[in-house]
Design a protein around this ligand. Sequence first.
Ligand SMILES: [Fe+2]
Length: 502
Amino acid sequence: MGDGARISRRDLLRQGALGGLALGALSATGGAVLAACGSSSATSTTGPASPPTTAPPDTGSSRWWLEGNFGPVRTETTATSLSVTGALPTELTGLYVRNGSNPLQGASPHWFLGDGMVHGVRLEAGGATWYRNRWVRTGLYDHGGGLGASGAPGGTATLANVSVVSFGGRMLALGEVGVPYALDPADLSTVGPSLADGGGNGNMTAHPKIDPATGRMHSFGYGFTEPFLEYRVHAPDGTLLSNQPVALPRSVMMHDFAITGSDVVFMDLPVLFDMQGAVRMVSDPASGAVPYRWTPAAGARIGVMPLGGPTSAIRWVDIEPCYVYHTINAVRRGGHVVLDVCRLDSTFGPATLASASTRHRWTIGTSGSRLTFADEIVDVPPADLPTIDARHRGGAWRHAWLSEITSRPGEVAFSGCQHIDMVTGRLDRWVPGPTRTSGEWLFVPGGPGEGEGWVLAFVYDAVTDRSDLVVLDAQHVARGPVAEVHLPVRVPYGFHAAFVTV
Ligand SMILES: [Fe+2]
């Protein structure tokens, strides 16, 4: 089922209150040593302002996303005077903020489907002035949180739990299906929906791309009713410049895409919306049902069109069924688009969240009457959650950082940081330790050259049950931390971060 047969919005609403869906990336378990010597001298915690939590956490062994450091935190904390080991670069002045899934009710039917919670650390001239974590006050949050809280997915019925993006003077929390929510970088409070005016369904991917040549933001939004996909361009000030439907035969889960300096690349991959799964998930959250289904018989294809559109000019090429949560970067080289991705054999299949991600280089020939496609496997340890120097988005690039994966049945677990030099082929790694683990690493520029700067991530320590914000020299990750900001609480494994300087 879930072949994406025509589904009307009325049908969706009639089927029951399927709340917003938000899917992100993948994360880790573990934890360990490295003498966390920090503590907070000023910490306050509060529960959710409204509404209160009512359900106890479900700690059934099959629901691993509610256990250990995958499990949600139940309070909102404000901590100041954070201690630091090492020396924070003075140039790192701004807010590191990371989004993730943290069910308001204490439980969710899937790791990806909890209410969005952002965790932020303010860095200032070599110091760390505060840590805060706050739920994003979405329409779903206001109705009690989670799926089934209000109406059909999309718009303000979003979990807003996947990423944070700084654009047009706004700090935006983004989910899988729904409108962006603006947050106040001063205290992580929710300002409200943003960038939704005139944008068709208003839904926005958690992975928009900002073209460094123009400052414009290219994005898409998918939904469960036609048009199943829309492509948008926003001016640097946040003004919507265009919104165009992209013809798709069915609703698919489209988590990411790519741009070059002259192209947009879409991935139409066989994770299909599954109405029966959606209804079952809402009616019986413990069933394990989810609203997406791996359906390789539906086929897979890559679409290429001019940057900015028109979407009617898109051309497609069939590929072997697979799934890609995250592209790394793309660049046009003559008559080819070269796209690096973290590729999975499948996801949302019957048994596992996902297979392990491997790095692939896809080369798409565009000069002939038909697109061509070549797939090259890059032989490095499995990794995902890529970050690059965003000043090289869509252009020639050299450096990437990824979170290394350790596979285990039923889940995907990340361990440390990989730095890949695409020119020399050199792979540098840093693994926090046997019981310490990181999530996504975020590159933050510290100089004019590509890759000059730092990579930052929350690292969880299972011994202390607390987390640190770890800073590595982006060019020398194997040397270990330049600095660590010690937090008085743990930060659950989550998804994507941003460094905001407004
Ligand atoms: Fe993602």
